[in-house]
Ligand binder design. Structure first.
Ligand code: HEC
Ligand code: HEC
Ligand code: HEC
Ligand code: HEC
Length: 126
């Protein structure tokens, strides 16, 4: 092969590898707890996010309640949010699953003046 062709082949290969990795790098939450998800899962790189946002208390998100009372200093990190928040609100469950996510995620971004607050910034197209 001529050197130029080799060079172009290498550039093309590099481009393919870069695209493949940048696609994989987008970490998302799974919308599978919802019956018929309408949006792509929200972008959320768990550990990197919490480090960048300087959140060191897991219970900021993984809170634990017992008999309707918030237990301070305890976390529910091994339970998905859907274990306690049902799809629709009811007497046993005042905050629906989608509201629970939106209230937790978006409200903090609003208050902090940092992080995405628009639908398409979290539910990025795949
Ligand atoms: C700060 C990030 C964030 C923003 C902003 C946000 N969402 Fe969400 N949304 C989430 C998360 C997290 C979930 C739960 C996990 C998932 O489905 O991705 C969720 C779930 C949902 C669901 C239920 C699952 C589904 O796909 O049907 C809908 C509907 C939804 N969002 C619509 C919206 C709309 C409409 C907006 C703008 C008004 C919006 N979201 C803005 C983070 C966000
Ligand atoms: C900013 C919010 C937030 C913080 C802070 C946070 N997490 Fe999470 N974490 C989540 C969300 C959202 C999920 C997905 C929950 C779901 O699917 O219902 C999750 C999932 C998990 C899971 C389950 C992983 C899996 O693959 O199912 C573990 C374990 C976990 N977190 C541990 C931790 C620990 C330990 C900390 C503290 C060092 C922490 N989290 C802090 C939001 C957070
Ligand atoms: C062990 C059960 C349990 C788990 C797991 C759980 N929650 Fe909750 N959550 C509750 C209860 C109970 C309430 C209080 C509802 C009420 O006021 O009746 C609540 C309230 C909330 C509220 C409103 C009060 C507040 O703290 O701002 C938000 C937002 C919320 N949950 C988000 C989440 C998210 C996001 C997850 C997953 C990362 C999650 N919850 C996991 C039980 C749970
Ligand atoms: C307690 C506050 C807080 C909570 C709760 C929170 N965030 Fe954030 N988030 C931030 C801050 C602060 C930033 C900006 C971090 C920086 O400076 O890069 C951010 C940034 C982001 C970004 C931009 C990219 C990144 O990873 O830095 C995304 C996407 C995001 N958040 C999604 C979410 C989702 C989804 C949830 C709910 C599961 C969530 N956040 C919950 C504070 C929060």
């Amino acid at each position: 092969m001529k050197p130029k062709i080799i060079l172009y082949t290498l550039i093309l290969l590099a481009a393919i590898v870069c695209t493949a990795f940048s696609v994989q790098e987008v970490e998302r939450l799974s919308p599978d707890s919802f019956e018929n998800p309408r949006r792509p899962g929200a972008v959320f790189a768990h550990d990197d996010h919490n480090e960048a946002a300087e959140i060191d208390d897991c219970a900021v998100c993984h809170h634990l309640y017992e008999d309707g009372k918030l237990l301070e200093d305890e976390s529910s990190e091994d339970s998905p949010c859907s274990e306690c928040h049902a799809l629709s609100a009811g007497p046993e469950n005042k905050i629906s699953l989608a509201n629970a996510f939106h209230k937790r995620c978006r409200d903090c971004h609003f208050d902090a003046g940092k992080g995405p607050v628009l639908c398409g910034q979290c539910h990025k197209k795949e």
